[in-house]
Write a protein that binds this ligand. Structure first.
Ligand code: NAP
Length: 299
């Protein structure tokens, strides 16, 4: 069976085009141009790459963008002061603090210091609480991206068994909540699995939709997947590969070559969930402008 490739590149490009059109409309009507800021602490290569990609994506759709670069040895108090400045800067509609942070900084404290109305990563307890209550809020970017992919390809979710591997606060747990919501995509019967799960293979074998965020290269093999399943691979791993000009190749959490022939739908790595995460961040920033201007009108 030839699977349909769930192309995050394609879906994210479409979303970015729609956002660019929206920005043009805002410009024409003299409205507020969305502005996203990103805080980068230290000089970790992967974090720098992610943040640069986010800033570049902002420029492409016509958003304003600001990169706040801070030294790795910044004190927690000084970092919190920088966050406060962004919270109080009326030109910044939303901002993110790139994780991971240096060990001497409490990530949870930093996440909670972000004003919920500017929390476009959707990691603040207020955002996560609103998600649970089906209230309008910023959905965490990666699960939100996956939801948009499922919708774009009209992948049936109602009444389906959705198995999520991994229960991280940024991917697996919110993903399981979104797939169980009373809407489309959603209305699935969800099983959330983790490192203490017993008989994982038996569980994944009954999955109509398998969403993998375990963080182990090529963990999911063909024998774990049901014929005709939809498989969404969240993992990203840089593996050294001297035969390539870049010196590395990217692998997901799924052994793509052997799993793909069994699937109805499968997302590749690269070109799957990764580009969707950035597109969701842009969508959340646009939503921030809308939600915050509505709040202003209500006030
Ligand atoms: P994480 O915080 O490392 O969590 C991994 C999860 O997998 C944990 O819940 C862990 O269980 C579970 N796990 C570990 N071994 C297991 C096993 N043998 N069987 C079942 N479950 C097991 O992961 P994450 O932050 O969600 O990221 C997952 C992957 O996605 C990583 O490769 C990451 O780089 C990638 N990622 C990609 C994007 C993107 O934009 N494409 C965004 C975020 C993350 P316990 O809770 O019991 O430890």
């Amino acid at each position: 069976m030839e699977p349909t490739i769930v192309s995050g590149t394609e879906v994210s490009n479409k979303i970015k085009e729609e956002i660019a059109t929206e920005v043009q409309k805002i410009k024409t009507s003299g409205g507020k141009i969305p502005h996203l800021a990103a805080v980068l602490v230290g000089d970790d290569g992967a974090s720098r790459t992610y943040v640069n990609a986010k800033v570049k994506a902002c420029e492409k759709v016509g958003f304003g963008s600001t990169l706040v670069k801070l030294p790795a040895d910044i004190s927690e108090a000084d970092l919190l002061a920088e966050i406060d400045k962004l919270n109080n800067n009326p030109d910044i509609d939303g901002f993110i603090v790139q994780l991971p942070l240096p060990k001497h900084v409490d990530e949870q404290k930093v996440t909670e210091a972000i004003a919920p109305e500017k929390d476009v990563d959707g990691f603040h307890p207020v955002s996560l609480g609103k998600m649970l209550l089906d209230l309008p809020s910023f959905l965490p970017a990666t699960p939100y991206g996956i939801i948009q992919m499922l919708a774009h390809y009209n992948i049936p979710t109602e009444g389906k068994h959705c198995v999520v591997i991994g229960r991280s606060h940024i991917v697996g747990s919110p993903m399981s909540v979104l797939m169980a919501r009373n809407t489309y995509p959603g209305n699935s019967t969800v099983t959330l699995t983790h490192s203490r799960t017993q008989n994982l293979k038996e569980i994944t074998q009954s999955a109509d939709i398998l969403i993998v965020a375990i963080g182990k290269p090529e963990f999911v093999t063909a024998d774990m997947v049901k014929e005709g399943a939809t498989v969404i691979d969240v993992g990203i791993h840089r593996i050294d590969d001297a035969s390539r000009k870049s010196g590395f190749k990217l692998l997901g959490d799924v052994k793509y070559d052997e799993v793909a022939p069994k699937c109805a739908f499968i997302s590749p790595v690269p070109g799957g969930v990764g580009p969707m995460t950035i597109a969701s961040l842009l969508k959340n920033t646009l939503l921030a402008v809308q939600l915050n201007s509505e709040t202003l009108i209500e006030n």
